[in-house]
Structure formats: C-alpha cells, structure tokens
Design a protein around this ligand. Structure first.
Ligand code: CIZ
Ligand code: SF4
Length: 302
C-alpha cells in the first residue's frame, strides 16, 4: 500500500473504531502528522482521559500507554509497537524499589512518569520533567527517594537544597550518552545559538545550557524567544514541532546521538496495523492501577 492510501485507510479505521491517535514529541514526523495531539507523556495521558473516544492509539513507549490506561480504564489503549519500551523505566522494578524502601523507612518516594504501573503503585507521588521541582517542594518531609533518573534527580536537588534527595541509579540511554566535548564543539560552531537542554542529560551537560527544561518547555521557549538559532539538547523528534512552529529559525541537534531507538519503532505501518488488528491492547491489573492512579492523581492535585 502506498503512503497516501495508508493515511486514508488510517483515517477510515479511526472513525470505524471511534479512535484517537496521540503521539509523543519524540515520534517520527510522519507519525506526529497523523496524530490528533502531539505532546509529552502526561499531556497525552490527560488528553486521552478527557477524550470521548473508545480507543486510544498511543504512539510512544510502553509506560506512556500504561499511564493513559491508568487514567482511562474504560478505554482500549493500543500501543502499536509492543517492544517500544523505555530502558530508563526498566531500571527500577517494583521488587528492587520495595527492597530499597525497606532500607529507608519513612522516606517519601517520588517517581518520574517514566516508570511502569507496578513501580508507580509503590510510590507516593509522580512527576514529569516539567513539574519535578514543584512536586518535590510540595512534600513536607525532608528525605525523598527519587526514582529512576539520577540526572533529573540531581538537577532537581540543586534547586531544592532544603531537601535530602536520595537518588536511584537510573538514566536515559539516549540523553546520558551525550559527551561534554560534543556540546563544546556545537557551541563553537554556533556561537550565537541558544543552548536548550533536557534535564535527563548529565550534570556536566546541563551546566553548559542557557535553558534547562522538558520537551514542552524547550518547544515553548524556542517558539517564544526572539533568538534565531538554537542548539537542541533533547531527542531529535522535537525538531519536527520546532521547525513547524518557527520555519524561519535554525535548529541544530546538540549531538547525532540524540535518537531514542524505542521512540523510532513506530511507523505509519505500525499505526495502520494497530488499528486494523486492534493491537497491542495495554492492560494494567486493577489493584495496581488503583494504586498507580493515586500516585498520578497526587501530581494532578499539585
Ligand atoms: O514526559 C515526557 O514526555 C518525557 C519523557 C519527556 C519530556 O520532557 O516531556
Ligand atoms: Fe526512555 Fe530516554 Fe527513550 Fe525517553 S528518550 S523513552 S527516557 S530511553
């Protein structure tokens, strides 16, 4: 089937199944283009919860589809590529977390949204890279275990020095591999560009940035800035939205390594097959879902 027919067929099956398609900002451009909403994991999960559609096709990675299912148990949530996981989310499991919690009695546990439903069920409150500082500040206890991203955790810790943040040894394989030398070379090549960096990068990278923020914050910053040139320190998928928002501006990827292989698994064909075959139906056991929902809801209240 050619590309145009596939897009038409996706549109037809969407109606037939009463479905919406959502895509994370790290998805390939073609997939972003057929989505009803493009955004970060939490914005997408919330959109899915509000949508009257019966089926959600979630173009992203596993924990994102799970988050949507936690908030919308009555809907069918389809993840087009079942092997699209998040290695960072896999760096903490319910078992390893239970063990650590036993060593730290009374400590509050904050999890990054990049965690499985089972892990969320073990945590007090969830956060995203947009609101991590506010979530940590809102907790009255001093000692907080933050899982799983040690880079985001140490970036937050710097801004909330009154808290004792205990880090977990997890990281994003994509953001973590960026080396300082690469960034310095980009700075030299584009001395008049503004450097926007995601807090999943290592501290030695984050300290070089002009602005540190989530995908949404980076996209908003570039759109609203009077500057003309930007070095982008997050996964390359955001370039699609950046260029769409500001066709006259120049965006340079901070490193060619900023490609998340899991985010790139989903293609037009996988979306087409997801709708055609109703796959892959993401489920969360009800006891886990209810506990994980409390963790997500606490973030919503804040
Ligand atoms: O929450 C998300 O979507 C992720 C993984 C990153 C971000 O900064 O939005
Ligand atoms: Fe996970 Fe990093 Fe890929 Fe995001 S970019 S899905 S954190 S591995």
């Amino acid at each position: 089937m050619d590309r145009e027919s596939m897009i038409l067929e996706i549109g037809r099956m969407k109606k037939e199944r009463d479905a919406v398609i959502v895509a994370h900002s790290y998805q390939i451009g073609e997939v972003q283009e057929i989505a009803d909403l493009v955004g970060d994991s939490f914005a997408l999960a919330r959109y899915c919860a509000k949508s009257p559609a019966a089926t959600i096709v979630f173009c992203g990675v596993h924990f994102m589809a799970e988050s949507a299912k936690i908030l919308s148990p009555e809907k069918t949530v389809l993840l087009p590529e079942i092997h699209a996981g998040c290695p960072m989310a896999d760096m903490v499991t319910a078992e390893t977390l239970q063990k650590r919690k036993a060593e730290l009695p009374g400590v509050k546990v904050v999890c990054y949204i990049n965690t499985s439903a089972e892990v969320k069920a073990e945590c007090d409150v969830c956060c995203t890279s947009s609101n991590a500082v506010d979530v940590i500040r809102s907790i009255s206890e001093k000692d907080i275990l933050f899982v799983p991203d040690r880079n985001l955790g140490s970036w937050v810790a710097k801004q909330v020095p009154e808290k004792n943040i205990i880090l977990w040894d997890g990281y994003c394989i994509t953001h973590h591999r960026i080396r300082k030398e690469e960034v310095l070379i980009m700075r030299e090549l584009h001395p008049d560009a503004i450097l926007l960096v995601h807090p999943e990068c290592k501290e030695e990278i984050v300290v070089l940035a002009d602005f540190v923020g989530s995908t949404k914050q980076i996209i908003d910053y570039a759109k609203n800035s009077p500057a003309e040139k930007f070095i982008i320190g997050t996964e390359m998928g955001v370039l699609h939205q950046l260029q769409k928002d500001s066709p006259g501006k120049k965006f340079y990827l901070m490193s060619p390594g900023l490609i998340c292989p899991n985010m790139k698994k989903t293609t037009l064909t996988s979306v087409y097959e997801a709708l055609r075959d109703g796959k892959y139906d993401i489920t969360v056991p009800e006891d886990i879902r209810l506990k994980a929902k409390v963790c997500l809801d606490r973030m919503l209240v804040l």
